[in-house]
Design a protein around this ligand. Sequence first.
Ligand SMILES: [Zn+2]
Ligand SMILES: [Zn+2]
Ligand SMILES: [Zn+2]
Length: 284
Amino acid sequence: MSVQSLTVAEIYHTLTIHNSRFTTHDSPLTTLKLTFLGTGTSQGVPVIGCGCRVCRSTDSRDKRLRSSVLITAGNLNILIDAGPDFRQQMLRAEVRHLDAILLTHEHNDHVIGLDDIRPFNYRSGQPMRVYALSRVAGEVRNRFEYIFGKPIPGLPRIEMIPVEPDVPFQMEGLCIHPIGILHGKLPILGYRIGDLTYLTDVKSVPSAEMDKIRGSKYLVTSALHHEYHPTHMNLEEAFEFAEQIGAEQTWFTHISHQMGLAAEISTEMKPGIALAYDGLEIDF
Ligand SMILES: [Zn+2]
Ligand SMILES: [Zn+2]
Ligand SMILES: [Zn+2]
């Protein structure tokens, strides 16, 4: 069944009916894998020149590249966000092919690695499918103007595909549900794939979008640090949100060095909630 042809009301109906296993009917019969490629906020951890305990820590969980995850479904590799550490993340996770990139928003820590998709273009002979809100697609076109001009051999090749919060889309049989969330006042996207919801840079979730997230067995959501921030949830807000959703397991990502040492903050977590770390892999 093509979800693209459904009206918003029908999609909600579908979501309600299948809430226990969400979109099982259009998910592939394979285990999905989530790999955290980066779990740091925009400057990463350690921060350049910072001598704080976290930035000097030798614990591998305190080394956080910019936030990004890889979702693997059979042979399908989908990346969420391509920040400044994209190249290093692809090498570290030994990603040999990439089928698509889903962008959450246009901030540099989520898009500026796009030039480095070239090896994937060369290997596949295809442009990279990049899904984003149309505003975000416009920002990508501005920031990478040379990619979208006259075709020159050796340049990255991108096919921008616009997405909207209320229009799920299919990728090789996998149904992806964009979720409209707020990064301060900026509308951005999270994504739900089967039992997993991935949100980053979230400050608030409009109540109409909460229904798309509820019933997720696994939730990834951002928690910056302990203090108030106008465009990001802090740890306390993230706990509150995680409890509202009530996923079996929640992981926090997009973490600042100001959060504290992973070893110490982990002891402050609640049942079913954990700090994510780079390299963490989950089957779902
Ligand atoms: Zn960010
Ligand atoms: Zn520091
Ligand atoms: Zn941001």
